[in-house]
Ligand binder design. Structure first.
Ligand SMILES: Cc1cc2nc3c(=O)[nH]c(=O)nc-3n(C[C@H](O)[C@H](O)[C@H](O)COP(=O)(O)OP(=O)(O)OC[C@H]3O[C@@H](n4cnc5c(N)ncnc54)[C@H](O)[C@@H]3O)c2cc1C
Length: 490
């Protein structure tokens, strides 16, 4: 099969050349010596017969070999947004999938999430966009305001375009996390009813040239061609691949809450994705479920995190707790009435410590690859963590489909998978690092502490929003305009 190289389709030109060379000489000789003679005509007929037989036999062999099923059996550790999207993308590209999720049932924090246009393009390709839009909320604009006065610094209108194609080629949608996961999980159950395995906590894996085996905490074993570690920021797959490392507490915590809009009256935040900026803190407001709910994320820097918040436990990346309304009010005291009124209506505020990791140079080893937060956890200041996981999922599935026995000239066991995963990493690393860096930079932008810092950061923003709104918008083009579904791996 080594002759079958390049991107030649099964059983086509190149193999007929191989046959031709072998039989051309006797045919030519026969034609030269015997044309017209009955004897030689018989010889020629027999040769043609043999040739045809040989062609069809070879064709059969080649067809069988060339169509050696390129379907990969993909094991996915983690049934979060990244893992579920990767599973759907793998099915779309013709692979088999098994999603191993540790929880008894899929669940999410009771909060919202923004799905920017770059992620919506993947959901469009998976034919889930209509349901996402129907269950979510499409903001009229993205805007930035000062936290205390409410002064609008800039606004990027996306609402008008959403009905058609969206500013960046797809809509911008905000949705409750539970609804998002439900849409993904329901689609997966419909497209591959056996694919999701719950109560399946991945413990470790082994791999060799022929495949990968995952061992669960309860001893069960699953075999496949590829393992995707989509098991989030505390990834056990990452730990086994690259050793234990420690995430760094960024000094920021995030309050999260949702409030029914009817409780907010005239102080309901605008129907936008709005960042409210202030000294050492910022918050984000947006709507969910067709405007029935308002989502609030309040990020606060803690230079001296008080002792009673168990500083020691901040080594634990999963740190979160139920806080009190009073603490939340204290964090945003003196802010615009829209924010303080919203906080007054919060029933059970929860707070998360925000951790970060240095960008990793490598997400792949052999038949195992990481995606989403397992590969590139990022601060939520660009609303891109899950969006990047969604892009990763598509890219990985497409990379696996891009490599078949026909496109890898000299193949040994497992080479197609290795080539595919190398393609995936080459495609994704730079963009994910850029999003990680941009998210970090936004902490500086949003949290300006000094008056001078505020003036030099926010005045140009305000001016830009007035005189060159398109230029403000264009700064986000690299992020939102990108369409991972159009990328060709090679
Ligand atoms: C306050 C806040 C706001 C955010 N807002 C946005 C936003 O608006 N837009 C956006 O795009 N992103 C946002 N993000 C980021 C986003 O939430 C994450 O990037 C995203 O959820 C990562 O998805 P994931 O599938 O990679 O990981 P996860 O969501 O962490 O999923 C991992 C899954 O793996 C499972 N798992 C873990 N270990 C194992 C194991 N050993 N075996 C089996 N299963 C396992 C878990 O149970 C879980 O289901 C925000 C984050 C925060 C903190």
């Amino acid at each position: 099969m080594q002759e079958v190289g390049g991107s030649i389709p099964p059983g086509s030109t190149k193999f007929s050349l191989k046959i031709g060379t072998k039989w051309l000489a006797p045919l030519a000789l026969a034609a030269f010596f015997g044309l017209g003679s009955k004897l030689y005509r018989h010889v020629i007929d027999s040769l043609i017969c043999l040739f045809t037989l040989r062609v069809s036999t070879t064709f059969c062999i080649m067809t069988t070999e060339a169509s050696l099923d390129p379907v990969k059996k993909v094991l996915i550790a983690g049934g979060g947004i990244g893992g579920l999207t990767a599973a759907l993308a793998c099915l779309h590209h013709g692979h088999e999938v098994v999603v191993l999720e540790q929880a008894a049932e899929l669940s999410q924090v009771g909060a919202g999430i923004q799905i920017p246009p770059n992620a919506m393009k993947v959901l469009q390709a998976l034919k889930l966009d209509a349901e996402i839009i129907q269950r979510g909320f499409s903001p009229l604009a993205l805007e930035a305001r000062m936290g205390t006065t409410g002064l609008r610094l800039f606004q990027i209108d996306v609402g008008a375009a959403i009905a058609d194609t969206g500013c960046w080629g797809a809509p911008y949608v905000q949705i409750h996390r539970a609804d998002y996961v439900d849409v993904l999980a329901t689609a997966l159950a419909a497209r591959a009813p056996e694919a999701l395995v719950t109560n399946a906590s991945v413990n470790s894996f082994t791999q060799n040239g022929k495949g990968v085996s995952v061992i669960l905490n309860d001893g069960r074993r699953f075999d496949g061609d590829v393992l995707i570690g989509a098991d989030g920021i505390h990834s056990v797959v990452r730990r086994q691949l690259f050793g234990a490392d420690h995430a760094v507490f960024t000094g920021n915590s995030a309050w999260r809450a949702t409030v029914p809009i009817e409780k907010l009256g005239d102080y309901a935040p605008p129907p936008t994705a709005c960042v409210w900026m202030g000294r050492g803190r910022h918050c984000v407001t947006y709507r969910l479920r067709g405007s029935q709910l308002v989502n609030f994320v309040g990020v606060v820097e803690h230079n001296n995190w008080p002792n009673d918040f168990h500083v020691a436990s901040l080594q634990d990346e999963a740190w979160s707790r139920q806080g009190s309304k009073q603490e939340m009010q204290a964090d945003f005291a003196g802010w615009h009435k829209t924010i303080t009124h919203l906080i007054e209506q919060v029933e059970t505020p929860h707070q998360w410590a925000l951790f970060d990791r240095q960008p990793m140079k490598n997400w792949v080893q052999g038949r195992v690859a990481l995606l989403g937060d397992a590969a590139h956890p990022m601060l939520p200041f660009m609303a891109q963590g899950a969006a990047m996981a969604v892009e990763d999922g598509w890219s990985l599935a497409a990379a696996l489909a891009s490599v078949t026995p026909n496109t890898v000239t000299v193949m040994q066991d497992g080479d197609d998978v290795r080539v595919a995963l190398a393609r995936y990493q080459r495609h994704r690393l730079k963009r994910a690092h850029r999003a990680q860096a941009a998210s970090r930079d936004n902490a500086q932008t949003f949290h300006q502490r000094s008056l001078w810092g505020q003036v030099k950061t926010y005045a140009p923003m305000w001016l830009g929003g007035k005189v060159a709104p398109n230029a403000v918008r264009a700064r986000l083009d690299w992020l939102y305009e990108y369409d991972v579904t159009r990328f060709q791996h090679n």
